[in-house]
Design a binder for this molecule. Sequence first.
Ligand code: AMO
Length: 512
Amino acid sequence: MVKPDNTNYETATTLKNEYVIEVIGTVVERESKNKNIITGEIEVIADQITILNSAQTPPIIIDDNDNANEEIRLKYRYLDLRKPKQLSYLIERSKITQSFRNTLLKNDFTEIETPILGKSTPEGARDYLVPSRLYSGQFYALPQSPQIYKQLLMVAGLEKYYQVAKCFRDEDLRADRQPEFTQIDIEASFVKQEDIMGLAEEIMKDLFTCLGKKITLPIPVITHQDAINYYGSDKPDTRFDLKLETFNFKNIPIYENAKIIKGIKVGLDQVLTRKQIDKYSLYLKDNFNVVLSFIKKENDQVSGSVAKFIDNCPLANNEIIFLVGGNVDVVCQSLGALRIMLANDLKLIDHTQDNLLWVVDWPLLGYDEEAKRYFAQHHPFTAPRCVKMLKEKPLAVLANAYDLVWNGYEVAGGSIRIHDQQVQDLMFKTLGFSAEEIKAKFGFFVESLQYGTPPHGGIAFGLDRIVMLATKTNNIKDVIAFPKTQSARDLMMEAPSKVESEQLSELGIKIL
Ligand code: AMO
């Protein structure tokens, strides 16, 4: 407050939002208190006011309730970050990172940085490439993860490694994905799956303590097969039940050639309109190319699109089942998506709850029908449970791999690695790499395994996703200081951008 007889009164009347000022005065108790703000019980009677810097009217309102569109907020990210809530996400991120570090240091892990300019490694996404000036026509790749480096540190004899690692993946972006993101990357020698899972649980317990919450250990475990079978997802949200059931209906014409028919049963006391059901059908048709049908029972009357083909209706009164038939993968995936839509529409999710789940016993490989070849479900360095079976029946081999899921988001993934050179060679060959390709792409790595490599394994936590879930914002961009848009642009710096033609010619690059 500035009293009218103060010499600075004139200056005070010129002050506007976002001005930076210095005030010297006396703190006094306020007569009319405002309990809604932290400083609402006091005020400063100013003796002296100095304007340190003036400010233009900002293009967004600096207030948590501002609802400017995301584009303008990202363009002026430094102003958006002035909003207390936005800044609090970054402060929370720092605390969470510190909590990871504390648990890892307590367990004698050593923090080591690995290169950003490296060689392409196969984590499943497209690489970001960096052209070399000194070696025209050659490229570095930015790491999709430090996977190979951390394994090489185990070869080098470091027993316990971790890193807060920047990773880069040129892949389709979603609300929980960014092209550059941060992992808490961990690797250790002479460990088994239980050791890494135990460490991860200690990390999560300490992290929840740091968030002022509690979790119960051990974290429940589900096999990959059960996750798909009952929840239609390899990262099930188990805050609500709604399990998928398998039905043995033989006479439904639209599912005549179906390998399997599965469904989700819902009580009709929860209102589902015809419009909602049509929305589900359309979504499943567009995204999975499957036909959704249903049967329902009300007042002992069975009705619905396929009711007349079903003899023994498995419903009680006031129930509806949504059905999909087809091959196993598409049936499970489509019903998994329907399960989430139903949970949201029927408000089955308790958003105050935090639900953690391990998904284990992953298949080592999948098969890409289009490319006609196997692909690694995790990455090609994951150890098979049975080497003999890898030669005979690759798709039946399980892996020592584990994912940690939090409220339906994959927040960490890891595995026990192959440490035997011949097994690694076999794995690459199973994935369809020729001997020449193995040598060119991973020669240095396969060679390293010849010099006495300890058994080892690890895990990587997605820090951004973890902070997103801890702060209960549903947007990964909120927890990254300077995030990219959904189409991988930095709207503030305007990157990517054109470069000078001299820079291109130095690199021996011509734009087509
Ligand atoms: P993975 O690929 O499962 O494993 O990644 C580990 C974790 O990183 C997070 N994550 C992402 N977060 C934001 N944006 C993305 N684009 C993105 N991609 C992944 C997820 C995921 O669980 N080298 C292995 C780890 C290992 O085997 O030790 C790896 O990178 O939370």
